[in-house]
Design a protein around this ligand. Structure first.
Ligand SMILES: [Zn+2]
Length: 134
C-alpha cells in the first residue's frame, strides 16, 4: 500500500481543480495545504491512511511517460460501473481521454479507462474482478 504520493504540477490551480474532481469521486477527502500551498487528499482503506498531494513545479519541462519517472498511476475501481461513471465525469469535464473504457488482456475481466492529468501524466482506473495472485 502506498503511504503517500506527491506530484509536481505546472499550474497548481488547474491541477487542484482536476484532482479535486477526480479524487473526490473516488472518496478522497481534502485536508490541509502544504507549506508551498499545494493541497492534500486522504483516503482511509483497510485501516491505513493514504494521501495524494500536489506541489508547484519549479521547472517547466514537460512530463512524458517515456522519460525516466512515473509511467502511469492506476486507481482501483470497485466495479465496471465505477469505471464508466468516471468516464462520464471525464467527458463532462472535458478532460483528456487516452483510451475509453474497454476490456484488456492483462488479466481476466480487466476493465479500464485511461486518461491524462493537465500536465499529460497518464492515469488509469481499473476494475479487476480476479485479484492478482503472487
Ligand atoms: Zn496500468
Amino acid at each position: 500500500m502506498i503511504n503517500h504520493l506527491d506530484l509536481s504540477v505546472s499550474d497548481l490551480t488547474r491541477s487542484t481543480e482536476f484532482y479535486a474532481s477526480l479524487l473526490g469521486s473516488l472518496g478522497y477527502r481534502r485536508v490541509e495545504n502544504d507549506a508551498d500551498g499545494g493541497p492534500n487528499w486522504v483516503l482511509r482503506a483497510e485501516g491505513v491512511l493514504s494521501s495524494i498531494g500536489l506541489h508547484p513545479a519549479s521547472e517547466s519541462t514537460r512530463h512524458t511517460g517515456q522519460s525516466p519517472g512515473l509511467h502511469h498511476l492506476a486507481f482501483h475501481a470497485e466495479s465496471r460501473e465505477q469505471v464508466d461513471e468516471l468516464y462520464s465525469l471525464l467527458l463532462a469535464s472535458a478532460m483528456r481521454i487516452l483510451d475509453p473504457p474497454a476490456e484488456y488482456d492483462y488479466s481476466p475481466g480487466y476493465y479500464a479507462v485511461f486518461f491524462a492529468d493537465p500536465d499529460g501524466m497518464k492515469l488509469e482506473m481499473v476494475h479487476e474482478p480476479v485479484p492478482w495472485s503472487e
